[in-house]
Design a protein around this ligand. Structure first.
Ligand SMILES: C[S@@+](CC[C@H](N)C(=O)[O-])C[C@H]1O[C@@H](n2cnc3c(N)ncnc32)[C@H](O)[C@@H]1O
Length: 650
């Protein structure tokens, strides 16, 4: 076997085609979606009652020891407590690290991840013999979680015995987190630092709607009902043994949870479950954050400290500046962000991105290209404002109704495709495939909503269902897929597999381009999207359609994401096809290399320089080293072929 074939084989052996283990989300995003919104239960929770039992904001005796001395808690009017830095900070700096007070995996991940350290299953996990629901790496992990699981284990067994026959439901991660809090508080006492930190978290009980039909009221009722059930109580009065005096205290607990919970994610940002850290929860929100919360799984972290949460600086932060993270998906347009923040967090964001738009500034989240193609952008028309112009050449957008229609259809399609992505991925892919060209031809920029959402979903669906490109590997679809889609049961030809890969690359590039227009360099979502693109580009390099001169495609320094900079005619006088994306041969390998180098730079910020960009950053580093060796082999091969070419006139 040639050196090159060996290198290529070793790269392929090491690589999966994706770094991402599922769809990826805003890091640390606190989602109301973590709760099951489907069933609405009978018990109605009163939002009335005495004023919030929140202790004095500044009374933090002995609490928050997880916050390092370089940071401090300050109170401002309107925003309550927040965390400020006493020193200047650089992008990629780890501001603080903490193990959450409470964490729980979501049900769909229970068999794939350890319920104590949240590590993915390596060979096998060991199941708890009591509840037969939670799994652990080993006895050590089980022992570490026993403090929290002891009562939960019996609770789950009772729940299973009581549930209606045929139902496979288990209490979800939100309920298990809430009930773990109650058992822990009962054990440690309500005056313990641990319990005071939990009770000191912001509650919005007194601002909850009194209308029992709102989504929030129904969610609260459902959670309250499930907590009482899971604890095996007959009525809310029995909550007294957990230090809760009646329904209003229970509503306070739920409000603290919904306002302060975080989504635990994999190092590639796929959501895994929920967690609560009162120290990290002191950080206030901005739609243009200067820091981010991630779970990078650093190599030097002891297993017992996982899942370790880290707050990482995304920008330069000056002394006395407030540390601000984003609670919601900041790629969304202003109205949707404001709606989410009001509904879940009960405040109106006053950050610079939320300030009313001016004529001079156009937000890429709500923009389209100039109709005259001058290179400028225009605000997207809305029902209220259909007279929009290019901010550069002032050309007006004429057919605003068509743009409005495309955006509306795109939003409906995105909602549908998101709902179908796991139950019927083929239908979801058809929706994204059909809608993206409509929005592009209407002039939306890659970052505009809902084009960016559709592009991200499309990319993750294509990556998740890529056929193998290696002709030596025969793929056969599962009997379920064959039964559901007989037409798709034939073997995939190498050409079809190659086209599917190229299509996934184009989709990943569109998603990364959109994210780059609205998120700062180093934002973890950008880093992961760039790593995904680099990884796809490095899966395979189809044979080049022409022979390149040495240096033509293999060593250009500028990282181009817009395709190869191929000349119109090759040095050998052979007419070349116009530049296409993605390129083939060594140009593709070179592009993969440049994209991965860029991804590493981004990941070193978003997941911390000291963490070497987290687990994905370290994978990317290894992949870069392998591609470097391959590029050397390509270069010397091309040089030899160039030197051996038949000379003209001879
Ligand atoms: C996770 S807590 C943050 C810490 C909180 N300030 C405290 O004192 O506990 C979230 C709550 O803080 C407040 N908050 C966070 N960011 C804010 C902002 N940018 N403007 C106004 N209030 C904010 C809101 O009441 C929100 O529900």
């Amino acid at each position: 076997m040639s050196d090159f074939a060996k290198l290529k084989q070793s790269r392929k052996a090491h690589q999966k085609r994706s770094f991402v283990t599922g769809d990826f989300r805003e890091p640390g995003k606190r989602e109301s979606d973590v709760f099951d919104k489907k069933s609405v239960v009978d018990s109605e929770v009163s939002s009335q009652g005495t004023s919030s039992s929140r202790p004095d904001l500044l009374d933090i005796r002995g609490q928050y020891s997880a916050i390092p001395p370089a940071l401090e808690v300050r109170v401002t009017e309107g925003n309550g407590r927040g965390i400020y830095t006493k020193f200047n900070r650089r992008p990629g700096e780890i501001l603080f690290s903490v193990k959450p007070h409470i964490a729980a995996l979501s049900n769909q991940h229970l068999e794939e991840y350890c319920s104590s350290c949240f590590a993915p299953k390596a060979d096998s996990l060991r199941r708890c013999t009591g509840c037969k629901l939670l799994y652990y790496c080993d006895e050590k992990c089980q022992a570490a979680d026993w403090t929290f699981h002891r009562h939960e284990c019996t609770g789950i067994q009772k729940w299973v015995a009581k549930r209606p026959s045929g139902s496979s439901s288990f209490p979800g991660d939100a309920i298990r987190c809430l009930v773990r809090i109650l058992w822990r508080k009962q054990k440690l006492g309500s005056q313990s630092v641990w319990a005071r930190e939990i009770d000191g978290m912001q509650s919005h009980r007194t601002s909850l709607s009194r209308d029992s039909n709102t989504h929030e009221s129904q969610l609260y009722a459902q959670l309250a009902h499930s907590i009482v059930n899971f604890l095996g109580l007959n009525s809310p009065q029995e909550l007294a043994e957990f230090g809760l005096n009646g329904v209003s205290d229970l509503v306070d607990l739920i409000s603290r949870f919904t306002t302060n919970t975080f989504t635990v994610s994999t190092p590639s940002l796929a959501p895994l479950g929920s967690c609560v850290s009162p120290a990290v929860a002191l950080i206030n929100h901005s739609c243009d954050p200067n820091a981010v919360v991630v779970f990078p799984r650093a190599t030097e972290t002891a297993k017992g400290d996982e899942p370790l949460m880290q707050v990482i600086a995304l920008k330069n932060i000056s002394v006395d500046d407030e540390i601000l993270t984003a609670y919601i998906d900041t790629t969304l347009p202003r109205d949707l962000r404001q709606k989410h923040l009001r509904e879940t967090y009960h405040f109106t964001c006053g950050c610079n991105l939320c300030a009313p738009p001016t004529d001079a500034s156009v937000d890429w989240r709500e923009a389209m290209w100039c109709p005259k193609k001058c290179g400028g952008i225009c605000p997207l028309p809305t029902e209220q404002n259909s007279l929009v112009r290019c901010s550069k050449c002032q050309a007006p957008v004429r057919d605003t109704d068509a743009v409005l229609d495309a955006v509306r259809v795109g939003q409906e399609g995105l909602d549908k495709a998101e709902a179908l992505q796991f139950s019927d991925p083929e239908k979801a892919t058809r929706l994204t495939t059909n809608l993206i060209p409509i929005l592009i031809s209407s002039g939306l920029v890659p970052a505009a909503h809902p084009l960016l959402g559709l592009s991200r979903l499309h990319s993750s669906l294509l990556i998740a269902h890529l056929p193998p490109t290696d002709p030596g590997v025969e793929e056969i679809r599962s009997p379920e897929v064959q039964a559901a889609h007989p037409a798709s049961s034939q073997k995939v030809s190498p050409e079809e597999a190659q086209e599917a890969l190229d299509e996934a690359i184009r989709a990943a590039r569109r998603a990364y381009t959109g994210l780059s227009q609205v998120l700062v360099e180093g934002h973890p979502m950008r880093g992961i999207a760039c790593a995904e693109l680099g990884k796809l580009l490095s899966v395979d390099e189809p044979h080049p359609t022409h022979l390149e001169a040495p240096g033509e495609g293999t060593n250009a320094a500028s990282p181009s994401l817009s395709g190869p900079s191929a000349a119109a005619t090759s040095p050998m006088g052979v007419s070349m096809s116009p530049p296409t994306y993605p390129p083939s041969g060594p140009a593709r390998l070179k592009l993969a290399y440049e994209t991965l180098v860029r991804a590493r730079t981004e990941l070193m910020i978003g997941f911390g320089g000291k963490n070497e960009g987290g687990e994905v950053g370290r994978d990317v580093r290894n992949q870069i080293a392998e591609i470097e060796k391959e590029l050397m082999v390509w270069k010397s091969g091309i040089r030899n072929a160039w030197q051996d070419r038949p000379k003209q006139g001879k």
